[in-house]
Design a binder for this molecule. Sequence first.
Ligand code: ZN
Length: 238
Amino acid sequence: MDENFKLILRIQSTDTRVDEITREQEGAPKEIQRLKDDLDLLEKSMEQDLSNLEDLKKGNMGLERDLEEIELKLKKSKAKLNDVKSNKEYQAVLKEIEELNELTFQKEEVVIKWMEEIEIQEKECADNDKRWEQSRKEYESEEKKFLQRMEELGKEVQSLHEQRLKLSREVDQDLLGRYTALRAHLRSQVIVPVTDAVCGGCHLGIPPQQYNDLIRGDSLQSCPNCNRIIYFEKNENP
Ligand SMILES: [Zn+2]
């Protein structure tokens, strides 16, 4: 293989690697954003749970106040029992006490249910805190890794650019021009091997005469189908 051809192949390798890096650089922020979105979603659900807990606590305080009022009424009714003048009045107060006792019982039942709800909600909030802490750590560690990776890739691109600049000064300028034009048009590998008379770019056959010239390797060939620059490569697994 002639020296120019080796040079242009090395240029292609650097270009391919730069393309790979570009794809990775473009894809990584999406993954970070996904983790950030998860974290934001979790924070919203935490706010909702906290606000639910506040509502439950407020409601419970209202119930406790109701119970205190009923208790006060009960005391008054019980005190009235000492002052009743007639049996009819006595019965009426007893009925009043009975009703208040029933009301107390009902309210207490509700308080128990609310307390249970509060307990469940408090546990949910505590679990949320743990989950959030975990997600935040994951996000921060991924972000750190991402930044490190981007720095590495940035350095690699810099070095590839320097290599390419050096190679592009050494290589035959006509060949480089041809390569550059093809690359702009194809947006994929421009120089491809031909194995068993099949082009590695378009996978179509190369005519026998051209294939023989290619094996002899005395001139630079183009694929008649896709126009890529081709070279002969022995089939290692025939
Ligand atoms: Zn081809």
